[in-house]
Structure formats: structure tokens, C-alpha cells
Ligand binder design. Structure first.
Ligand code: IPE
Ligand code: IPE
Ligand code: MG
Length: 227
């Protein structure tokens, strides 16, 4: 019998398809984002139950600023509301951290983020890493610039790895919903040996069963790392 991989310690998700979900229901895009935000809570719980240690969620890319001001405002409003919920549930053992460039995010959002990060810093359960104003290329550039300020003149692979936004283990599994099969600037450095899983399910329809299906598929993968 084929040996099953151990459960993924780090799962990263590109939460895509909110707009198409809303369009199919003749609703404004914002309604898709609203339903999508609810799914975040459900999937965080499912990941916790499955024994996942790190869950990275792609919430807003550096390229998403190209959307209409109204849609961006709606996304930031929803983020703010979701943060309020995580603040209220700070005893759920979920630790919040963020990956992304802080500048460009509004002062109010940043204050709220910091508040939840501090309130949950000691939680030992799941680490929820929110990729917010995140770009994989920008992350590598930011790491390189940090190394320059440290006076480095020669860069090794480990230098980049250690100076990314967060020093998390690389994702074992990257899930993208909505049928698109691309990374869209997500975790470009860290994805080197991640297993990729694409599902046609739109993010607002993604649920615990869909998450479990992804973990089952992952369990059948044979990871070789070049060996
Ligand atoms: C994902 O859904 C949410 C964000 C990128 C913020 P989309 O808004 O990209 O939905 P589609 O891809 O247009 O369906
Ligand atoms: C990627 O989705 C970003 C997030 C899910 C936050 P997009 O919908 O922005 O990606 P593209 O534009 O289809 O590549
Ligand atoms: Mg999309």
C-alpha cells in the first residue's frame, strides 16, 4: 500500500471566486466577499480540528489595489468586522499574525490588526497568518533590502528565508478555489516544494467537507524534494 503523507503542518489558501459567486446569484460583489468572510471562520475551525498548525489565508494582494475604490472599501470594512470577531474570540487559542506591507493599509485597520495580534500573541493553538497587502515578489525584495541595511554584501538562501515577513515553515499544501490555476504572486519563495491543490469550488461555497477533501488528496501525494 502507498504510504500516506503526514497531515500538513502548514496550509495556505488562495481564497478566490467571491465575485463570481455573487454574479451567479445576481448579487453585488460585496455580498460574495461577505459570505467569503464567514467561510474564513468556518475553515479556521476546520483547520484547527484537523491539527493544522499554520493556516495562511490570502486576503488581499498588492495587485488588488487595482480594483474599484468601492470594492476596496467594502473589503476593508469586512476585514475590520472580521477582526472584531477574532478580538471577541481571543480565547479560542488562535494566534493572529500578518504577512504583507503595512504602508498603504489605513490607520484604523492597522490599529485593529495590532490589537488582535497582541491580544492573541500567547495563544498556542493554530497560527492564522493573514496575507494582507501581500505580494510574493515584494516580500523577496523587502527581504533583500533588509539584508542590505544589515550590511550584507553576499546573500545566501537562508538569509532570504529568515528575513521574509514571518519565519514560518514553508506551506506543505497550497489550495486555490474557483478553478483558477495560478499563484497570483502568492508565497513565491515558500512555494518551491509545496503541493498544489486546485478546486472549482468558489470560496463562498468552500466548507469543512471541501477542506477535508483537500487534506485527503494531500495525504495521497508522494513528496520527494528532489530525492
Ligand atoms: C477573492 O474573490 C477575494 C479577493 C481577491 C479579495 P474575487 O473577488 O477575486 O472573486 P472573482 O475572482 O472575481 O470571482
Ligand atoms: C488572488 O486572487 C488574490 C486573493 C485571493 C487575495 P485574484 O482574484 O486577485 O487573482 P487574479 O487576478 O485572478 O490572478
Ligand atoms: Mg479572483
Amino acid at each position: 500500500m502507498q504510504k500516506l503523507s503526514p497531515p500538513p503542518a502548514h496550509v495556505a489558501i488562495i481564497m478566490d471566486g467571491n465575485g463570481r459567486w455573487a454574479a451567479a446569484k445576481k448579487l453585488p460583489r460585496e455580498e460574495g466577499h461577505r459570505k467569503g468572510a464567514q467561510v474564513v471562520e468556518a475553515v479556521t475551525k476546520a483547520a484547527q480540528n484537523a491539527g493544522v498548525k499554520y493556516l495562511t489565508l490570502y486576503a488581499f494582494s498588492t495587485e488588488n489595489w487595482r480594483r474599484s475604490p468601492a470594492e476596496i472599501a467594502a473589503l476593508m470594512r469586512l476585514l475590520s468586522q472580521t477582526l472584531d470577531k477574532y478580538r471577541a474570540q481571543k480565547d479560542n487559542n488562535v494566534r493572529l499574525i500578518v504577512s504583507g506591507r503595512r504602508r498603504k493599509l489605513g490607520k484604523a485597520v492597522l490599529a485593529k490588526l495590532d490589537n488582535v495580534i497582541n491580544a492573541t500573541a500567547k495563544n498556542k493553538g493554530l497560527t492564522l497568518n493573514l496575507a494582507l497587502n501581500y505580494g510574493g515578489r515584494q516580500e523577496i525584495v523587502d527581504a533583500a533590502n533588509k539584508l542590505l541595511t544589515l550590511g550584507k554584501t553576499k546573500i545566501a538562501e537562508a538569509d532570504i528565508s529568515k528575513n521574509l515577513y514571518n519565519n514560518l515553515p514553508a506551506p506543505d499544501l497550497i489550495i486555490r478555489t474557483s478553478g483558477e490555476q495560478r499563484l497570483s504572486n502568492f508565497l513565491l519563495w515558500q512555494a518551491a516544494y509545496s503541493e498544489l491543490y486546485f478546486t472549482p469550488v468558489l470560496w463562498p461555497d468552500f466548507d469543512e467537507d471541501a477542506f477535508t477533501a483537500a487534506l485527503k488528496d494531500y495525504a495521497r501525494r508522494q513528496r520527494r524534494f528532489g530525492k
